[in-house]
Design a protein around this ligand. Structure first.
Ligand SMILES: Cc1cc2nc3c(=O)[nH]c(=O)nc-3n(C[C@H](O)[C@H](O)[C@H](O)COP(=O)(O)OP(=O)(O)OC[C@H]3O[C@@H](n4cnc5c(N)ncnc54)[C@H](O)[C@@H]3O)c2cc1C
Length: 570
């Protein structure tokens, strides 16, 4: 059942209360409510995703930022950007960030997951053990243009009867895509063609895969919270309701207090307390989950006292280790007749009609059909921040006609995907409605700046391939004259933003460790009744776009929870 507002729901007690109906929250809502005897409540601050066209049409995804479906956060002034602040979107809608993201589907690498297993002491987080969960998430479907996709992906490493629809590009951009392939063949090395980015070692030039099925976005809401699932009598999804705190009951035992109450505010500022008789699960994301915990008295005791919050659970790691992939773009003028629907309202109207009729055409795709993944040379003078040899340092996304301008152009989007910089999430007030202070500390580690320079030099090498003669005309002035390290740094500093991949603000650590926020079973350390299941628990960021890993974490967490509550057959 879906409740549009707090006053529509009269029950107060549930077995499980899940805070956040986002990517991880939707997975848990589905999996836990498979058990008929579990009464499950999901509390989501945002509205329903139903009928939100920008969330359905893949190419309209960018319209969702700075909209009512975005929390519209902003970072602190970033040091490497001379004090510039960076807009920091998070999904504020059922499905969370999976309903507003750019849909790239990249699982990360063998080394990423094996590092998780090593640093948490739980082999269950390794690539091999997580692989079945990655498969369980995925329903690989053919693109809507009907082309033969043999040779564009590796069929044996995909799932075909999972939940979230994943597909290759629905439409090729020709000759742009042919040129990308030809340049990869011509240059080899870093750029060599790789059959599939999702096999655990993406290095090279790969076709994009995206959370799109049948030409439209497949989000955690559309895949895990289908109409059928929402009709389950034991699943209650409460929208437009904000959780402010978790609270402890009087249930004290030697193994710690139990946090089983959830305080919420609905429209008109009406508040209510819900109780979980089994567990409260925080799935409010890397910003939302620690934010709620700070206001509930979790975190560094001194920092909490300094803003007038009574510390209850001393967890100094909470909000620390904020890790994200910084991103910037390098533009090139192109000589091509491929059409830019974003720059022409007649073409755009035709494209929308085509999408409405058949879910095909330019709007059925994300902006990019290719991804290129590279590593710094082995003689680099920095300690390697990556998880290992299979993990790239940078991701370079070649995009044709990204901007709504008539001049044909190519944009290289760069992300630093194995960053060494670590930021913080903190608060500066005791009012849970005030935004948290987000400081990703982008590019504060020299290794990240070195990776960014290396990416730009590789991009230039890529577009200097013979294949592009007559197609790529010149690099745009903003970066064209940046040659030395200092000049490149000035360009990067003035232009970087985020890829919106914050993780690790409530990171896992081994059971018994005196750092970290959750144990490898995702239970919050030192207390009972509370788990965190979302991107915040990753001990390190994956060297790929983060949603795939979040889906898989949530699938594994659902198994932990079912197992703990003696549900071995479900
Ligand atoms: C603009 C954008 C583009 C991205 N592009 C990609 C991409 O192309 N590929 C990729 O792999 N990843 C991408 N990501 C990242 C990816 O979407 C996230 O890593 C992932 O979805 C995070 O899942 P989560 O469950 O941790 O959090 P979310 O999915 O963000 O879910 C958190 C939910 O909790 C709710 N919530 C928060 N606080 C409260 C509260 N106090 N009370 C009630 N509810 C609350 C939120 O409204 C939200 O619905 C992108 C993200 C963004 C924002």
């Amino acid at each position: 059942t879906v409740y549009q507002q707090l006053s529509d729901l009269s029950e107060k007690k549930f077995d499980f209360v899940i805070v956040g109906g986002g990517t991880a929250g939707a997975v848990l809502a589905n999996r836990l409510s498979e058990v008929k005897k579990f009464q499950v409540l999901v509390i989501e601050a945002g509205p329903s995703d139903e009928g939100v066209l920008d969330s359905q049409v893949p190419l309209f995804a960018l319209n969702l930022q700075n909209s009512p479906y975005d929390w519209n956060f902003t970072t602190t002034p970033q040091k490497f950007a001379n004090g510039r602040r960076v807009p920091y979107a998070r999904g504020h809608i059922l499905g969370g960030s999976s309903s507003i993201n750019l849909m790239v589907y990249a699982r990360g690498t063998v080394d990423d997951y094996d590092r998780w297993a090593r640093v948490t002491g739980d082999p269950g987080w390794s690539w091999d053990e997580m692989f079945p969960y990655l498969i369980k998430v995925e329903r690989f479907v053919p693109p809507t243009d009907g082309r033969n996709i043999t040779g564009e992906f590796n069929p044996v490493i995909h799932g075909y009867d999972g939940m979230t629809r994943i597909s290759l590009p629905n439409r090729l951009e020709l000759p742009f895509d042919t040129n990308v392939r030809a340049a990869a063949d011509e240059l080899g090395g870093n750029f060599e063609y790789k059959l599939d980015l999702n096999g655990g070692n993406p290095l090279g030039t790969t076709w994009s895969q995206a959370t799109i099925g049948g030409g439209q976005r497949s989000s955690a809401a559309t895949s895990y919270l289908t109409r059928e699932v929402l009709e389950r009598r034991n699943l209650h999804v409460l929208l437009n309701t904000r959780t402010t705190r978790v609270q402890r009951s009087s249930n004290f035992r030697s193994d710690g207090p139990e946090f089983d109450y959830v305080e919420v505010f609905g429209n008109g500022n009406k508040s209510r307390i819900f109780q979980a008789t089994k567990e409260v699960i925080l799935s409010a994301g890397s910003i939302g989950s620690p934010h709620i915990l700070f206001h509930s008295g979790f975190g560094d005791a001194k920092e909490l006292q300094s803003v007038g919050i009574n510390p209850l659970v001393n967890l100094p790691s909470l909000g620390k280790n904020l890790t994200d992939h910084p991103s910037f773009q390098v533009d090139f003028a192109a000589n091509t007749t491929e059409l830019n629907v974003l720059a022409n309202s007649t073409l755009l109207a035709e494209a929308l009609e085509q999408w409405n009729n058949s879910r095909t055409g330019p709007l059925s795709n994300i902006a990019n059909n290719n991804l290129i993944w590279g590593r710094l040379p082995t003689n680099s003078s920095f300690d390697d921040p990556s998880a290992g040899a299979s993990s790239p340092h940078w991701e370079f996304i070649p995009v044709l006609n990204l901007r709504p301008i008539p001049d044909p152009h190519v944009v290289a989007i760069v992300s630093i995907v194995s960053p060494a910089s670590r930021g913080t999430l903190t608060i500066n007030s005791s009012d849970p409605f005030d935004s948290p202070i987000i400081d990703p500390a982008f590019f504060t580690a020299p290794a990240d700046v070195a990776a960014a320079r290396d990416a730009i030099r590789n991009i230039r090498k890529f577009f200097a391939a013979k294949t592009w003669e007559g197609y790529i005309i010149s690099e745009a002035v903003a970066s064209a004259h940046a040659e030395s390290d200092d000049e490149l740094d000035t360009f990067i500093s003035g232009n970087f933003a985020t890829t919106w991949h914050p993780v690790s603000t409530a990171m896992m650590s081994p059971k018994g460790a005196d750092y970290g926020v959750v144990d490898p079973d995702l239970k919050v350390k030192g207390i009972r009744g509370l788990r965190i299941v979302d991107a915040s628990v990753m001990p390190f960021i994956t060297a790929g776009n983060t949603q795939a890993a979040v889906y898989a974490i949530a699938e594994r967490a659902a198994d932990f929870i079912k197992h703990d509550w003696a549900c071995r057959k479900c």
